[in-house]
Design a protein around this ligand. Sequence first.
Ligand SMILES: Nc1ncnc2c1ncn2[C@@H]1O[C@H](COP(=O)(O)OP(=O)(O)OP(=O)(O)O)[C@@H](O)[C@H]1O
Length: 242
Amino acid sequence: MITARALTRTFKGVPAVRAVDLDVYEGEICGFLGPNGAGKTTTLRMLTTLLRPTSGAATVAGHDLVDDPAGVRGSIGYVAQGGMFTPLSRIGDELRLQARLYGHSAREARRRTGEVLDRLDLGGFEQRTPASLSGGQARRADLALGLIHTPKVLFLDEPTNGLDPRARAELWTYIRGLKTTIFLSTHYLDEADALCDRVLIIDGGRIVASGSPADLKRDHAAKTLDEVFLTVTGRPMEETAA
Ligand SMILES: Nc1ncnc2c1ncn2[C@@H]1O[C@H](COP(=O)(O)OP(=O)(O)OP(=O)(O)O)[C@@H](O)[C@H]1O
């Protein structure tokens, strides 16, 4: 569903992402981990067509990132950090608007809005504003917005950031239940372990480890992904977190 080969981005000659190769397969949840400044957001922004690669190539859902950015955009959902809704909008209005922007009729937009809210246990929340939701509900509403056009690949940037441990674990259940290909960045190693089929660790703009959580732990003789992270980056995740 996603392939990248030697994907590179420099800012004024300074490399942020260096020759990254990655493959994400249909239906899997792939976690993208790394310290602050490692290149996660830059990679995510390239794969979602928000930033042009300096060199290298990638396809998302079969569409070339550079030659067919519109094809990529039509096939993906992107849930950015920090809330997706306009503060004073009603949840239902914004979802319907988003569906219309993807070309659906008013009737189909209503149907999709109801369906996606039900799927995320937000039935009855159509008239609510984002400010009236709990942190976990707000993140679920963000997921709903990312899913309204039934994307083939969903990109999630730190989906559980700022949630308490219980709300995070609850959101994992919803994310698992989406049954679509998901590429998510996180700095929670327990999250990657619990949620992801496969994990990529990026450091200094390069992929320094990849594999299923179980394989990574076995290969590095580690009990936890924290230990794997320490081995491959040379420092614990907590030290690198903002
Ligand atoms: N627009 C930009 N101009 C110049 N440098 C940039 C720009 N965007 C990112 N960088 C640099 O590229 C490197 C990678 O940044 P990026 O935001 O991709 O890291 P990250 O892994 O997402 O970090 P964080 O976890 O802090 O969000 C950093 O050194 C950053 O300062």
